[in-house]
Design a protein around this ligand. Sequence first.
Ligand SMILES: Nc1nc2c(ncn2[C@@H]2O[C@H](COP(=O)(O)OP(=O)(O)OP(=O)(O)O)[C@@H](O)[C@H]2O)c(=O)[nH]1
Ligand SMILES: [Mg+2]
Length: 428
Amino acid sequence: MFDELGNKLDAALGKFRQRGVLTEPMIKDGLREVRRVLLEADVNFQVTRDFLKRVQERALGEDVLKAVQPGQQIVKIVHDELASLMGDGRVTISWTSSPPTVVMVAGLQGAGKTTSVAKLAHRWEREGRKPMLAACDLQRPAAVEQLQTLGEQIGVPVHAGEFGGDPVATAKAALAAAREQGRNVLLVDTAGRLQIDAPLMDELGRIKSELDPQEILLVADAMTGQEAVKIAEGFDEALDLTGVVLTKMDGDARGGAALSIRGVTGKPIKFVGVGEGVDALEEADPQRLASRILQMGDVVGLVERAQQAIDVDEQEELQRKMLGGGSFTLGDFLTAMRQVQKMGPLDQLLKMIPGGKKLRIPTQSMDPKRMKHVEAIILSMTPQERADPKIINGSRRARIAKGSGRPVAEVNRLLKQFKEMQGFMSAE
Ligand SMILES: Nc1nc2c(ncn2[C@@H]2O[C@H](COP(=O)(O)OP(=O)(O)OP(=O)(O)O)[C@@H](O)[C@H]2O)c(=O)[nH]1
Ligand SMILES: [Mg+2]
């Protein structure tokens, strides 16, 4: 997310950081560099200009020049202003007091609407709500099926229309079904087009007037850069959006969309999509996004991921064992490893740790393929062997190697590493 923009801004701001004393021309010079970086990242021209004006005013006005660490202070100003470009803090969903809360999505073809409604439903279901999905894209063959498959995967019911049928009638029927079945959130998936056109807007407008949704979220692809802003303006004019879901932020989006959408349309980014899986959705938090752009890490995001991925009971049990309250077995090791894996790819996690990108952790040691090998080796052991690896003699090693399809040397290495780990724990 924002790798290139982050690196370049880091370089531009690095000049400030290095200097003990800053003069006004130095500040102006440095900010020109920031401007170039933002424009290169496809941030809207007007947004960039206003942004720099604010940064410069503050930098020259707040006695930065007399500060002990003027460079750090400028970095902080840039951080704060970046955050306020994207919003004034977290904006949440407005839940209605007379359920179901209706959340409708709109957007161009392939933006990620269907995936995003499934992700949202999954998130809310885990928060204890009772979502229902409405399949109102009746124009693309297989669209209904796609949503049904996702619904099954996350265990959320889907109310679907017939291919070629009337999406407005389907939306209406879905709302009635949600009421009847006591579902308190209705998420409405809609059809997309290659570009904004009148029939699409008309259809969306009619669904809107039928359902009177609490939320109308534009799903926009971050990879489209500044173009996303134009799209947002078009949809906003027709539908009066309540917010935006910015998808594909895991790709190499340059940042233009994320930094310009709110500035131009005034509509907040509420969620960001960071992958194809149903878990790959985060609440957008301007402060945190700004920290990530400036590579200051995202500790809150990290904790949130851990909370979502980790089973609390499992975790407590592991902790007890690690602290010496029980014997930590290879089976526990496998559980711990799986928990870390569930949090996401290690290179993504490292970026969320302040300075993590600069840590030279050999990510190949957590390479999913290698993890799979370790898993295969442990699964080829008997429960007895997992509990007490000391009994694993030469012939057992050969059997485990054969069973897992890995060389004996690798089995040996794992056993050795595990023994060292156990040593650490008992030393605590
Ligand atoms: N990497 C990544 N891929 C995503 C994300 N969101 C959606 N996708 C992928 O983008 C493609 C299109 O997603 P859909 O949800 O089908 O898009 P849509 O807007 O419903 O498309 P139409 O129904 O054809 O208009 C799929 O391959 C998704 O897996 C994301 O946040 N990250
Ligand atoms: Mg779709």
